[in-house]
Ligand binder design. Sequence first.
Ligand SMILES: Cc1ncc(COP(=O)(O)O)c(C=O)c1O
Length: 356
Amino acid sequence: MSRVYNFSAGPAALPQDVLQQARDEMLDWESSGMSVMEMSHRGKEFTSIAAAAEADLRELMAIPENYKVLFLQGGASSQFAAIPMNLLRGKKRADYINTGSWSKKAIAEAKRFCDVNVAAETSMCTPSQDELNLNPDAAYVHYTPNETIQGVEFPYVPETGDVPLIADMSSTILSRPIDVSKFGMIYAGAQKNIGPAGLTVVIVREDLIGEAMPDTPTMFNYATMMDAGSMYNTPPTYGWYLAGLVFKWLKGNGGLQAIAKVNGRKAFKLYAYIDGSSFYSNPVATNSRSWMNVPFVLANSELDASFLAEAKEANLVTLKGHRSVGGMRASIYNAMPEEGVQALIDFMADFEKRNG
Ligand SMILES: Cc1ncc(COP(=O)(O)O)c(C=O)c1O
């Protein structure tokens, strides 16, 4: 077996230990005689898997008791609509901070439901707290703590007073500790730091649930999902199980404090190498650089194709930047080991030596 270092932005690399455990349990989960994929979601086996995953996530993120954790489908993109449907709560306006591609998609969807006040708009950097033009009557403030495509990450959590703060944490959740109590709601597609695609995690303050717009489809209503323990319909059982294995893996490796140290080291090393070279560059303001997604360009873009082809030969794959921005992007989520980042730096240095 030869595994590559996979720098994909998502679906992304999963911890090898998790994949091995899933393989070992594939045909017969804990002497049940069946795969998790074959279990009834209402049976005692799967409900114990589901409950353990939630408990482990709560422990990892220190989620306060007055927050509900929902395990949903539809991706983070469905939440772009579910958020206004559930959280406008009779209000007509919401604030959105626009820092890149995913913010823009969230804004476009919200405009179907309410007036959107763009509280700040920046490119390749994040706005400071002083630059946020927040409306005290907004139903909520939405932002994208980490823009996966641009590699732009907020160095702080915006202060929004009594207005609930909503965060699309798809590409930063579980990468470091956060204070959940500062947020009205946090959501994330699973396919980066949680598990396989198909599962969406929503963490929402209980008092914000229950005032959905009257036309909200049943499946989009947080109250339905809360009351049904995320099992109003058949949930994405295998994704939920794998997420649970990832949570256990994180706990076994010291939790979010420990992974944050590793993530900080990985990102620091890669940015330091890029900054020290005149062959590569990163376009993002230094205080807003993402720990998880590191975009970079070659000074001579004519070398892009050979860079990617030779990287692949060296077992370093999926380094092509998003089609909307070009260049390269190394996504270095929790499952990317430090050796993978070092292997990338070594390859970049060697490529520079041969082509610089
Ligand atoms: C920050 C962010 N938000 C939203 C999405 C969309 O997620 P999904 O594909 O789960 O709908 C992505 C996907 O890459 C993302 O990175």
